[in-house]
Design a protein around this ligand. Structure first.
Ligand SMILES: Cc1cc2nc3c(=O)[nH]c(=O)nc-3n(C[C@H](O)[C@H](O)[C@H](O)COP(=O)(O)OP(=O)(O)OC[C@H]3O[C@@H](n4cnc5c(N)ncnc54)[C@H](O)[C@@H]3O)c2cc1C
Length: 438
């Protein structure tokens, strides 16, 4: 089959790989000049298969309101909020208050994450990829009794879902992450032993290069601006060079290239919503902003490897994630509702620097840190949108929110299953696009 994948983030590229592996003739259309330049660029680098949760968390609402007013708090709302932000908040609230939805979604996401672990293992076996990836586990720290109680409360669910985990006291934490010994308070922590890490951007670029060698065609600097749909099918999409697409008033249909295909897959991250509007497919995805810094390890840490993080650590004080990526360290955090505001306030970056210096003092050259802001493609309930759309040959693989890197391998495999009319390995009903038609 001829298949067009829209978007070359980690989701689009893994999807292209699985489709090409199944023998399809795949084209990937990407409005930016390279793969993985949007949200897949510099995320927290966790492949946290067993430690995933939905956005619409009834227990979070009160905390989020408190955090909003704490200067270094992890949740931010740009004031005054615009209509789109208010609508997203209202939908989140509705989902958070729907009885039984949160625990059901929690379990569905853990199933998707666990399946993704298997799918990543397959991809990494099939293709040699250099992306500073590993599976040395994840530690969520508790500095005090309150944080310990909150983490221990998660353990019955992990037990039920068969996710390998242990409660560790401070000494055991230091055995896994010796660098924490020099940092802030540690009472204990929850370790998820099977979880992994990896640079999502390097992975996306390396897998795209492999896809090219398999015959996948990439159209960069090319934006999908329209689609022709007839008799229940998408017939073709119209593609414009990016510079013409951005001054949308100026584009005429004669400037656009028409790309027909037998099937189309939407992997357009935060822009999926706009794309859906062209064809009447509702995808209420909101850009939840976050920040990261990536810094080289200091000479001291390079000389004494015991100082640096070994895997990925979630700090409970600043609510940031600190991850080792080869000879670099990545620190990421914040959930900010500011629509598509791309500014990078110094205060957010300073908080990330303070957090890594508190946990792993002197480990990174913070003057050389590269700051980044990105947008998590978030559905108002949290699970991704995965399945067939309103046209028989339209597939949706988008809206992965907080965990798109983690879920990418599974959702690509599931999309390839749907194209091939195979039954996916897990139940995908919780991710169905129709849940947003109500
Ligand atoms: C601060 C932060 C930390 C995070 N940490 C983690 C983490 O530790 N673990 C984890 O699993 N996830 C994490 N995430 C989430 C994860 O990064 C995203 O869910 C994931 O990258 C989404 O990938 P994607 O391919 O769906 O979207 P993107 O990477 O945004 O790719 C979509 C692509 O589609 C293209 N596109 C859009 N519209 C069009 C169009 N009309 N025509 C052509 N091309 C188009 C875009 O240019 C873009 O390249 C984090 C996110 C942030 C912001």
């Amino acid at each position: 089959m001829d298949i067009a994948v829209i978007g070359a983030g980690v989701t689009g590229v893994t999807t292209a790989y699985c489709l090409a592996r199944d023998g399809h003739n795949v084209s990937v259309i990407e409005r930016l000049p390279e793969p993985g330049l949007e949200t897949s660029r510099a995320n927290a680098a966790q492949r946290s298969y067993g430690y995933v949760y939905p956005w619409a968390d009834p227990g979070m609402v009160r905390k989020a309101i408190l955090w909003m007013w704490t200067p270094k708090g992890p949740f931010k709302l740009k004031l005054p909020p615009d209509i789109r932000t208010l609508s997203f908040l209202a939908q989140t609230w509705r989902h958070a208050r729907t009885p039984g939805l949160f625990p059901a979604n929690e379990r569905s996401l853990i199933r998707l994450g666990s399946y993704s672990r298997e799918c990543f293992a397959d991809i990494e076996r099939q293709v040699p990829l250099a992306f500073d990836g590993g599976h040395a586990g994840l530690i969520d720290l508790a500095s005090d009794a309150k944080a310990e109680a909150a983490l221990r409360a998660l353990m019955p669910l992990l037990e039920e879902m068969d996710i390998g985990h242990h409660w560790l006291g401070a000494d055991d934490i230091y055995a896994h992450e010796p660098g924490l010994r020099r940092g802030g308070p540690v009472r204990g922590g929850l370790r998820i032993s099977g979880d992994g890490t990896g640079d999502c951007h390097l992975f996306t670029q390396a897998l795209a290069a492999h896809c090219r060698a398999m015959g996948v065609r990439f159209l960069f600097d090319s934006e999908v601006v329209d689609a022709e749909c007839r008799q229940g099918r998408v017939v073709s999409v119209s593609v414009l060079p990016r510079e013409q697409a951005s001054g949308r008033d100026a584009w005429s249909s004669s400037a656009a290239k028409t790309l027909p295909a037998d099937a189309f897959v939407v992997c357009a991250g935060c822009q999926s919503r706009a794309l859906g509007r062209l064809i009447g497919q509702r995808m209420p995805i909101y850009p939840v902003k976050g920040y990261s810094i990536t810094a080289p390890l200091s000479d001291e840490a390079l000389a004494d490897d015991v100082m640096a993080p070994r895997s990925t650590v979630i700090d409970d004080r600043f609510k940031v994630v600190i991850t080792r990526l080869g000879q670099r360290v990545r620190v990421a955090g914040f959930a900010e509702l500011a629509n598509f505001d791309r500014c990078l306030p110094a205060s957010r970056i300073d908080t990330l620097k303070e957090a890594v210096d508190m946990r792993f003092p002197g480990v990174a050259v913070l003057d050389k840190a590269t700051p980044w802001a990105g947008f998590r493609p978030m559905t108002p309930d949290g699970p991704p949108i995965l399945g067939r759309g309103k046209y028989s040959n339209l597939l949706l693989n988008t809206g992965h929110g907080i965990f798109g890197w983690t879920f990418s391998a599974a959702s690509a495999e599931i999309t390839a299953d749907l194209v091939a009319e195979r039954t996916p390995a897990i139940d995908i009903a919780p991710f169905r696009p129709e849940r947003f038609l109500r």
